[in-house]
Design a protein around this ligand. Sequence first.
Ligand SMILES: *Cc1c(COP(=O)(O)O)cnc(C)c1O
Length: 379
Amino acid sequence: MAAATPSKNDDVPARAGAILDVDLSAVAANWRLLRDRVRPAACAAVVKADAYGLGAQRVAPALRDAGCRLFFVAHPDEGLALAGAVPAAEIAVLNGAVPGSEGDFSAAGIVPVLNSLDDLARWTRHAATLGRVLPAFIHLDTGMNRLGLAPAEQGTLAAEPERLRGVDLRGWITHLACAEIASHPLNADQAGRFRAALARLPGAPASLANSAGIFLGPDYHFDFVRPGCALYGINPTPGTPNPMLPTIKLRARILQVRPVDSPMTVGYGATHTVVRAGKVATIATGYADGYSRSLSGAGHVLVAGRPAPVIGRVSMDLITVDVTDVPEDAIRQGDFAELIGPHRTVDQVAAEAGTIGYEVMTSLGRRYWRRYLPDGLPA
Ligand SMILES: *Cc1c(COP(=O)(O)O)cnc(C)c1O
């Protein structure tokens, strides 16, 4: 195996074993595509879980530059970390404020999504203690049965709107359980329940749609939408062509190529038995990098543009792929295999791993050499 010659457009050190490129211009373009689609509704951005693994500190400012002024995270600490990174934008915390955490919210100016009447009572007491009016969103459960005011609580609040005194109500939200199954009857049920609840409650901007919900049509847009996955290139319309741009390219180096023949086995547990003379390439990624162990004997990577199946077990730092069909002179030590990218989508990798693109992206490892590219992925 000859040594790789560095390719142009690729200024990464030779020692970097695996490289994650994030295209911030594609994330911004995806946000603009959704913004234009939902007009006159507004478009927020969900950047929880470190912007689905891409890096919230880089993604959120890029989205703010594109015009986004409302960001959702899950944990209060995610909100605290983002405060300051997106000036003059609002940061809302979906998991809300557990008892005792209210002061952290008000001090940093981050906004809780209140999930019960009890949450609301604690927030108004906190506002009274400070002698201020404090902002909040309120989550109304319409069928997910996970977070939010239950229907009975919604009725109480409709009958006793004075419970909102001291709150600058920034919006009512609810969340779809089955948005990516367009024909699921729960979608229209939830939208109907949300509409009915809004009709009885004090006026404030309303929001129902996540990424997939946006593609259910204008009846689902309300006043603002909350896309996450679509911003990052995951297909929000499974089963139909992906309207979003890919945002990442993940490559890992080929460390060795070795000849193998029957009846050798490859890797831990000797789970793969070689049946014909061929070649195995060993590549610098593993489950410690979020390359799921369930891709063992199931995944594919691209080597010199050809799909190469993952054979044997995915181990902590390495995977082994069958490159028997890749010409000898097309592979050199240090060359990159493409694991995820424009030619090998997150959704494909997720299907091979038996999971969803969300989990693939939020698992992307800390060990990857990361680059944030302002305008486009390398070829
Ligand atoms: C995660 C989340 C979203 C974003 O969902 P996607 O499917 O990634 O677009 C929106 N709203 C709530 C309440 C969420 O928890």
